[in-house]
Design a protein around this ligand. Structure first.
Ligand SMILES: Nc1ncnc2c1ncn2[C@@H]1O[C@H](COP(=O)(O)OP(=O)(O)O)[C@@H](O)[C@H]1O
Ligand SMILES: [Mg+2]
Length: 247
């Protein structure tokens, strides 16, 4: 579903991604772990074409998105649901308008049809029926995350990307969100990619885990393989996270 080859990205003098390679299989949940600031969000933004690499290739569903024109990129993006870090809801829109945003902007369907056939169904799937007329400011942090989730799945994507889905919510809400990610993955038969520095969340949702370190993916494996990895960088990350987030 995703094939990344020799991806390189720097901002000024600062090299963030350094000849990075990664394969994500169709239908799996891949979780990319790594310390804060190591380039996880930057990597995710390349997969949706928000950032352009200095060098390298990014195939999504067989298409090299680096060379796509705006129209093709916008078509491809309709098939990708993204849960951005912090939810990124628009405060001036209602919850329902936030959830249906992509369809309201880009599809020819009527507003009524979008609300009846997509928005309500997706809100129900994340356990939030009847909130479509509220404003984001009226929601708790956990509810905002779930509205972000409903928005990510609204247009029936084939690929869902999650940026730090459990960051900034309490442990109980984190467990709810991890369960939702697994449930939606199985129910919607999608490919999922999450980036996180939360190793517990990674163990719960991943089929495979990839570790990003110094601009490269240094190891890929099942949660069990990663847990038992002999790589000291991985062990340090896992142990560090048990004692609290690494700054
Ligand atoms: N648009 C940008 N311009 C300049 N530097 C950036 C930009 N986006 C990210 N960075 C830098 O790239 C590094 C990786 O950022 P990021 O991918 O957000 O880390 P994280 O792994 O925490 O998600 C950081 O040092 C950040 O400051
Ligand atoms: Mg980030």
């Amino acid at each position: 579903m995703i094939k990344i080859r020799n991806l390189r990205k720097s901002f000024g003098e600062h090299l963030i991604l350094d000849n990075l390679n990664l394969d994500v299989r169709r239908g799996e949940t891949m979780v990319i772990i790594g310390r804060s600031g190591c380039g996880k969000s930057v990597l995710l933004k390349h997969i949706v074409g928000i950032l352009k690499p200095d060098r390298g290739e990014i195939f999504v569903n067989g298409e090299n998105i680096v060379n796509l024109d705006r129209k093709r990129l916008s078509e491809l993006r309709m098939k990708i649901g993204v849960l951005f870090q912090e939810g990124a809801l628009f405060d001036s829109l209602t919850v329902g308008e936030n959830v249906g945003f992509l369809l309201l902007e880009h599809s020819k369907k009527s507003r009524r049809e979008i609300f009846e056939k997509y928005v309500r169904e997706k809100l129900a799937m994340v356990g939030l029926s009847g909130v479509e007329d509220l404003r984001p400011a009226e929601l708790s942090g956990g509810m905002k995350k779930r509205v972000g989730l409903a928005r990510a799945i609204c247009a029936n994507p084939e690929l869902i990307l999650y940026d730090e889905p459990t960051t900034g919510v309490d442990p109980i809400m984190a467990a709810v969100i991890n369960d939702l990610i697994r449930k939606l993955h199985n129910q919607l038969k999608v490919t999922s990619v999450a980036v996180t520095h939360d190793i517990k969340s990674a163990y719960k949702i991943a089929d495979r885990i990839a570790m990003l370190y110094q601009g490269k993916i240094i190891e890929v494996g099942t949660p069990r393989e990663i847990k038992n990895s002999s790589n000291p960088v991985i062990q340090q990350f896992i142990k560090g996270e048990k004692e609290g987030p690494i700054k």
